[in-house]
Design a protein around this ligand. Structure first.
Ligand code: BG6
Length: 487
């Protein structure tokens, strides 16, 4: 693992500290970075939420999600840097005075506000931070997705936050950008000479991006039922992956250089029209089924009523620019699928001339499979000669790089990288306002198109790869999904 460079000392106020996100992700991530010596001893984590409780009570609860193998003395030492304040983040509350006193300015310290809260109150929390004079110059704010549920709500959230914090101080998280394998996409593309000359519609037939989960809506049903797979996953994670695959080489990896290139891709995405919706979008919802050994309930039973929210979506996205015209991107994501699996497949075109005898086996075009999770790795499918005398036979074989084998040390969770990037002020791993709004514009067009076209909601049994209509989406174009688990 690369050498760890400690970050500057910081004070981080985590609003919504008793919520799921803070307890499952943020605190464990901070603890792990602390254990690795990346967080200076003078840094402080100020947990804040509405519930009245003492700091020891808060810490006792927070411990639940800390890896059981963590040493008790390490946890106790980390806890000395954590305090809890009861505060109504969006309202009037004596807790604000306490926070203000705790946050007395200290030279050279970075101040961060993390809103692990519902986006509907981002604006009022920012206003309260401003009204209490806590947004000192250089203060940063971290926002979780979803930023709104459509273009207009995203814009009004962005405006309310922007009234208090400058764009350079706003860190909008898409945790996929913090994943090691997602960052590796940049290295794979731009630190190797091999791919870039054919990384375009002349060399690539199409791209597939699949993010399949085995989880259901679970405890987040109330949120999920209003969002659905398109808003929950495609608008952010899948579009960010699409951007990293499709963008032009940025001049550097500095924050705005990458973000500017991603924005150009989002702006070049063709808006789905009602006429095109039935051929290019498939919506599905899981019914009861079996995953592994477990029988699981259908979506309706899980959320307590029959709704028309999609838990699966597959669609064809066209990027209308010079590089990608004619090479579509197929996106697919769903809950309660057969396997947890996120991967990007770059399907190259066939060679222009088949000089090998036709009876020697099928000459297949190269395929690059970038496996994001689990079993992270990169696989390049190549044609080779089947060894042995007696003629020329072909075999399609993988050139395989398994991360687990190559990098035994493992690597940190996405949140660990993102939190340290906030302290460092590295905006490149976060979404800029115009990116988020552009992604919503395209997403809104998909929703409007499927509403107008009256698109069906296809059932699929939990534990499968989604409704069969998703296969037809590809078959209509003479293509098929590449499922590494069954080949
Ligand atoms: C979140 C979505 O952003 O990403 C969840 O809201 C989803 O519905 C999760 O389960 C997937 O993240 P990961 O890192 O497990 O792929």
């Amino acid at each position: 693992m690369a050498e760890l460079v400690p970050v500057q000392p910081f004070d981080m106020v985590v609003f919504g500290a008793t919520g799921d996100l803070a307890r499952r992700k943020i605190l464990p991530a901070l603890f792990h970075r602390w254990c690795d010596g990346q967080i200076p001893q003078t840094s402080r984590i100020l947990a804040a939420a509405r519930e009245e409780m003492s700091t020891p009570e808060f810490l006792e609860r927070a411990r639940e999600f800390i890896n059981g193998s963590a040493r008790k003395d390490a946890w106790d030492a980390f806890c000395k840097q954590v305090s809890y304040t009861a505060v109504d983040a969006a309202g009037v509350s004596p807790g604000w005075t306490e926070l203000k006193a705790a946050l007395a300015p200290e030279a050279g310290k970075v101040r961060i506000f993390y809103l692990a809260l519902p986006p509907s109150i981002y604006g009022s929390v920012c206003a309260a931070i401003g009204a209490h004079g806590l947004n000192t110059p250089g203060s940063r704010i971290v926002l979780e997705k979803p930023i709104g549920h459509d273009f207009h709500s995203a814009r009004s959230i962005n405006e309310a936050v922007g009234a208090v914090f400058g764009e350079d101080a706003i860190f909008r998280i898409d945790h996929y950008l913090g994943k090691e394998t997602v960052q590796n996409l940049l290295v794979l593309r731009f630190a190797n000479m091999l791919f870039e000359p054919v990384w375009n519609a002349a060399g690539v037939d199409h791209v597939q991006i699949t993010v399949a989960e085995t989880l259901g809506a679970g405890t987040r049903a109330a949120y999920y039922d209003r969002a659905g797979a398109l808003r929950d996953m495609v608008q952010n994670h899948l579009l960010q992956l699409l951007c990293l695959v499709a963008m032009e080489p940025p001049a550097s990896l500095e924050g705005d250089a990458v973000r500017a290139e991603k924005l150009k891709v989002l702006r070049a995405l063709r808006l789905v029209s009602p006429g095109a919706a039935s051929a290019s979008v498939v919506r599905g919802q899981y019914g009861p089924g079996v995953i592994g050994q477990d029988r699981v309930a259908g979506y309706g039973e899980e959320v307590g009523e029959a709704t028309r929210t999609e838990t699966f979506v597959a669609l064809r996205a066209d990027i209308d620019n010079w590089r990608w015209a004619g090479a579509p991107f197929y996106l697919r994501t769903g809950k309660r699928m057969a396997q947890r699996r996120s991967e990007i497949v770059i399907q190259f075109k066939p060679v222009p001339h088949d000089l090998i005898r036709a009876d020697a086996g099928l000459l297949q075009p190269n395929r690059l499979v970038i496996r994001l999770q689990p079993d992270e790795g990169v696989k390049l499918m190549l044609m080779t000669k089947d060894p042995g005398p007696g003629g020329m036979r072909l075999r399609y074989v993988p050139l395989n790089l398994s991360y687990a084998d190559a990098f035994a040390a493992g690597y940190p969770d996405a949140y660990e990288r993102l939190l340290m990037a906030v302290v460092r002020g590295n905006l490149g791993l976060f979404m800029r306002r115009d990116e988020v709004e552009s992604a919503w514009r395209w997403t809104d067009a998909v929703v409007a198109a499927w509403r107008e076209a009256g698109l069906a909601l296809h059932p699929y049994p939990a534990g499968t790869d989604g409704p069969p209509q998703a296969l037809q989406l590809m078959a209509r174009d003479g293509r098929e999904w590449y499922d590494s688990h069954d080949r």
